[in-house]
Design a protein around this ligand. Structure first.
Ligand code: AKG
Length: 278
């Protein structure tokens, strides 16, 4: 999935575009699953960890988001738990292996509002090492006017902070956080809007600033995202109250800091190990 040039681009820019990584048949089927999920039709009977939008209940102008749909839908699971993605993120992040921390099902229909610029790692004080490497897979052709994913080139090199800033869903100015961070870092802000074909993907570094604007096009913008941690990650109890720790620390064990593979499965490890059952 990755060439030597891709690894260099990722190190320099904090992201790299690859693809295609999914075939057309699968993309069509995944789009159908998005419809089911946001209607609250949960195939396995297990609800996702975060349901931030449901048809008939939620504000239709918001971008739809569900996290950890792999627990709910077998086709989403078969896609995001694929060892190829685990191997790729582990290579990019320099980890011995990769585990699923969280998947993200994102649907921004025409007219839907923005998602604020943020850094994924800032939400993750609840585990250590506090690192994430993500793969954002476009399920529609994406455009700048259609609110595609935007990344601030080189921003993974800027100083880090302890906690997330700003609103994720529909902030007034979705780029205000990254503009302030660039100023603090004394860096030039170079925002790249990723215009991808359906099935193409972008990997991004956990400290890379990213977000997306409103969908001003007439086309739907769906994306399936894998957010991975190192296979060696452990819970960090002092961070349970920060970022999205209140949601995911519920899977901590009483006796130790191990991250249960039933909730954070290992997709790929250098020695050939992969969580049994996935
Ligand atoms: O799809 C988007 O606009 C944002 C996705 C995101 O925040 C992420 O992949 O980390």
């Amino acid at each position: 999935m990755l060439s030597a040039e891709d690894l260099t681009s990722f190190d320099n820019d904090g992201f790299v575009v690859v693809g295609p990584v999914l075939d057309t048949d699968l993309i069509d089927k995944l789009r159908e699953r998005f419809g089911r999920l946001f209607r609250g039709d949960f195939e396995t009977g297990t609800a996702p960890d975060e349901v931030n939008w449901l048809e008939g209940e939620s504000d239709p102008t918001l971008t739809r988001q569900i996290c950890n749909a792999w627990k709910t839908d077998r086709l989403i699971a078969a896609t995001v738990l694929d060892a190829r993605f685990g191997k790729a993120v582990a290579r990019l992040a320099g980890w011995p292996g990769a585990r699923m921390a969280q998947d993200n099902v994102i649907w921004k229909p025409p007219g839907a509002k923005s998602l604020g610029f943020h850094r994924d790692n800032a939400y993750l004080a609840w585990y250590t090492p506090q690192e994430m490497c993500s793969c954002w897979i476009a399920l529609d052709d994406t455009t700048a006017s259609g609110g595609t994913l935007e990344l601030a080139r080189g921003s993974h090199h800027w100083p880090t902070e302890a906690d997330p800033h700003g609103e994720f869903h529909a902030p007034d100015d979705y780029r205000s956080t990254v503009a302030a961070a660039a100023e603090t870092a004394g860096a030039e802000l170079d925002i790249v809007a990723l215009e991808l074909r359906a099935g193409e993907a972008a990997f991004h570094h956990g400290w890379a600033w990213h977000g997306s604007g409103p969908n001003r096009s007439g086309a739907h913008r769906r994306a399936l995202v894998l957010h991975c941690a190192s296979s060696e990650a452990r819970f960090n109890r002092s961070g349970f109250g920060s970022g999205n720790g209140p949601v995911y620390s519920r899977y901590a064990r009483l006796c130790d800091d191990e991250m249960d593979e039933n909730h954070f499965p290992i997709l790929w490890r250098h020695d050939g190990y992969r969580t049994p059952g996935i």
